[in-house]
Design a protein around this ligand. Structure first.
Ligand SMILES: [Zn+2]
Length: 56
């Protein structure tokens, strides 16, 4: 089972909800969450990664 509350994937810069960050389409799977038929490990299959936004 995965911890859904603080589920940080390898492609994430920070945990979801962190101030100054936002979800962007995963560059590895182009936001599909799928890489060659398997769950993308970079985004954990969500198709999104958390990246810092704006100037921090
Ligand atoms: Zn991905």
């Amino acid at each position: 089972m995965t911890n859904q509350k603080d589920d940080v994937n390898p492609g994430d810069d920070a945990a979801p909800g962190t101030a100054g960050t936002g979800e962007v389409p995963c560059p590895d799977c182009n936001g599909t969450g799928d890489l060659n038929g398997v769950s993308c490990k970079n985004c954990g299959g969500t198709g999104k990664v958390i990246k810092g936004v704006g100037g921090a």
